[in-house]
Design a protein around this ligand. Structure first.
Ligand code: SAM
Length: 405
């Protein structure tokens, strides 16, 4: 019993986890390992348990080949922006930090709270040339006591419990992976609201909502320290969202960041939506169909990519030996071309609501451009269109007419 008169709920769990970590650390010396190559880096990975279907439980130290595209993107990004040092705060096998050290020459610190993971990282670090420090600490404790030029969070599921400390630790760059896409995108509403204190909504652009809610959360965690963020390379792929942010000291940048936080007001009756910056006051009604507009957010309303950074990455890509180079070669120009609108329209859904068969996407975009609007594709969805055109003009472009008189 605690002095407040109730037993702390997780006390048994904490002891169990400590014992488990000790046993895992002890056993790691006898772990069977296989060599794996990603990019130009070969490292050892504990043999996975084939009977386990859930990756985090499939080996004593976690490795997921499917996240190679995520790691490739970061290695390429780091090769382009070249921070002076890099913290891989949740290393597992250490693959991410090892690749950064080996493929970019940047000094790295690789950390993991699990002693058996730290032991694996040390084994791998010994096989690679480069400045590699290995630590075994709670990431929040490490990030609360040391600062790094670039900080990378890659936890299981949500990064929410680590973002505050990472904002204090990151001098110039902060990178965040989230794999809890269901809470972020609105499929698990309450979990999303608890973690990010934002209200998602399961719209046709839910993938974008997830990315922008995470970005809005990171922005709010940063601005309380009178510092700002600038998204440089952010994207969603399969079951993860990945952010690469530049941090900016000074209140001026914090205020600029604050200006980009707000809401998407989504009509509950049609495809209409509008942006609202700042704090919510009155309830709003859709000017197209009169239904209530539901607030999604708070979330990031600004641009999520920096064209110059993306171009620098594209230029470097042929020199790097990345396993997912062909995916990145398609992704980067697409991200560079995407209009910085906060949502996109799935024109197939609009066509269905209009009871018409959708023309080819290029035709719809061409019609919008002929009417004087801007229109691009989006990486979130093959049938998605980003445009500054109003809904009536998009409907006209799908139906084959023109909205202009
Ligand atoms: N970055 C790795 C990669 O690219 O393969 C994967 C990291 S894995 C998803 C998450 C890791 O975070 C696990 O190895 C786990 O032990 C570690 N971890 C969990 N809680 C932690 C904490 N509080 N501090 C540091 N590491 C933690």
């Amino acid at each position: 019993m605690s002095w407040l008169g109730h037993k702390p709920r997780d006390s048994n769990n904490v002891v169990f986890k400590k014992v488990l970590r000790f046993v895992r650390g002890y056993l790691s010396g006898t772990m069977e390992r296989i060599p794996v190559t990603e990019g130009k880096t070969t490292f050892l990975v504990p043999v996975q348990n084939e009977e386990s279907t859930f990756p985090p439980g499939s080996a004593r130290v976690f490795y997921n080949r499917k996240m190679e595209a995520n790691r490739d993107g970061t290695v390429l990004f780091l090769a382009a922006v070249r921070p002076s040092e890099y913290l891989d705060a949740m290393g597992a096998t250490g693959v991410r930090g090892l690749r950064v050290a080996n493929e970019t020459g940047i000094a790295v610190t690789i950390n993991d709270i699990d002693p058996s993971a730290a032991a694996e990282i040390r084994v791998n670090a010994g096989r690679i040339d480069g400045a590699i420090e290995v630590t075994c600490q709670d990431a929040n404790a490490l990030m609360s006591t040391r600062r790094f030029d670039a900080v990378d969070l890659d936890p299981f599921g949500t990064p929410a419990p680590f973002v505050d400390a990472s904002c204090r630790s990151a001098k110039r760059y902060l990178f965040i992976t989230a794999t809890d896409t269901a809470p972020l995108c609105g499929a698990h509403l309450k979990a999303g609201m608890r973690r990010y204190f934002a209200r998602p909504m399961n719209t046709e652009y839910h993938g974008e909502v997830g990315l922008r809610i995470l970005l809005g959360f990171a922005a709010r965690e940063m601005i309380k320290y009178d510092r700002g963020i600038e998204p440089l390379f952010c994207f969603a792929h399969e079951h993860f969202v990945r952010l690469h942010l530049r941090t900016h000291p000074r209140v001026k940048y914090a205020d600029r960041t604050l200006d980009r936080i707000g809401y998407v007001m989504q009509c509950t009756g049609c495809f209409y939506r509008e942006e609202k910056t700042g704090f919510l006051s009155e309830t709003a009604v859709c000017p197209c169909c009169g239904s209530v507009l539901q607030a999604i957010g708070p979330l990031w309303l600004g641009a999520v990519n920096d064209p110059d950074t993306l171009l620098a990455m594209e230029t470097l890509l042929p020199e790097m030996a990345l396993g997912t180079a062909s995916y990145l070669a398609r992704l980067l120009p697409l991200l560079r071309e995407e209009l910085p609108t906060s949502t996109f329209y799935d024109y197939h859904r609009i066509a269905k609501a209009l009871r018409t068969s959708p023309p080819a996407i290029d035709i719809v975009m061409e019609r919008l451009r002929n009417d004087g609007y801007r229109a691009t594709r989006t990486h979130y969805e093959g049938t998605g269109i980003r445009t500054d055109a109003p809904l009536a003009a998009i409907e006209a472009a799908i139906l084959g007419g023109s909205s202009s008189p």
